[in-house]
Ligand binder design. Sequence first.
Ligand code: FCB
Length: 467
Amino acid sequence: MSNRVRTDLQEIAAWSRRLASVDLPSDMILGAATAAYQIEGSIAADGKSESIWDRFCRQPGVIADGDTGEMACDHYRRWPEDVALMRALNFNAYRFSIAWSRILPQGRGAVNQKGLDFYDRLVDALLAVDIAPFVTLYHWDLPQVLQDEGGWYRRGIADDFAAYADVVTRRLGDRVKSWATFNELWTFCWTGHAWGEDAPGFKDGAKGGLAASHHALLAHGEALPALRANAPHADLGIVFDLNVTAPASADPADVAAAGRFDGAQNRWYLDAVHKGSYPEDMLEVYGPILPEIRTDDLKKIAGPIDWQGINIYRRSIMAAGDDTPPLNFARVSPPGDYSAVNYEIYPPSIYDVLHYVHRNYGPKQIFISENGLAIADEKIEADGRILDLGRLKYYTEHLEQAGKAAREGVPLKGYFAWTLMDNFEWAYGYKTRFGLVHVDFATQQRRIKESGFAFSRLAARFRGVAK
Ligand code: FCB
């Protein structure tokens, strides 16, 4: 054994003990999250239709190395092995998403039973090993047929989403006790429609981001009655990616830019869902580029929910600039450590965002629905181990911060690591690895990383607490 490996193993043992003893609420939900397109593969199997990500990946130059989700982790076929891995990792819950294009290949209308069967089996297999399924209905993979009709720019998509939610919850609502309508509206609405880095790849600026956002929020609101009716004993929520935002300096221009960015990424969505209004200052900033907002829209959007999900990867420091008018911000990157997807590693970000949401919105329950670290080019040692010390430290320090917030009164109910296994990381392709489990994409061999073994020691304390 080389000196490097010996030193790493010693450090890993120490950090693993520290992670295993993090002080968390006694009924903590602990597991990992995934998304359908990032893991399933089998993109045309059993009647599935094309999604906007299937289409987007075929455009030259948009994904690193020209990768696609065609194979991904082959989870659609290897799911029993993956459930066994989750059991080995001692999860008491697992957050995953459903591919709309498997359930309603035409976007609406005829239901594809084989698509539903897949998720039905998965849910039963999870329950059989006491892992509570946390299901997200939309994690970015719109059926292409609906995109062809205008996608999230078309107001009527809200009704299509509600009908899709109805179909899924009629089948799974008896067993799944936690539902999220959407994952990260800010990301798919703005990155997909304002900046074009995600599907469907539109570069329509703030106007595009706003139109998509309003219709997606409306879709959330329109789906709630069906979810309540079909899953009366379940908790309903929505997942946002939130960054506490600070100005780069005391200069009033920077302070105002930070306020606008906070308004765009955080308050726009949180105010709508929890207060039933859009923030006044942002309505003024956006002015003429706002989409049509009808009288009852915000009432529907603010229908009661039971939990707020937070995906947290970083904080934001903003100065005045010319990015995305009329937001006019410039992101400032402070000195420090950065992940392979260029996010600053800053553990207090999770503590700050938990307090921000609790203080300003007071949802009954808060889940950290994603948090994790990307590392490029992880090495497999001669004995097959993956010594991902950086990830182990990341989880330890972030969970310590989350535990501290919980002790101070934030109703933190659960934490999902991003992610179970290395997967198709959107525009980054397979280059950046986020998993607790390593995937060799040539052979599909899975290997639990050292961070995964450490996580399983912590999670063992909470097995059996999820209902
Ligand atoms: C989040 C996404 C998730 C994954 C992580 C790294 O924004 O919800 O699918 O890509 O980032």
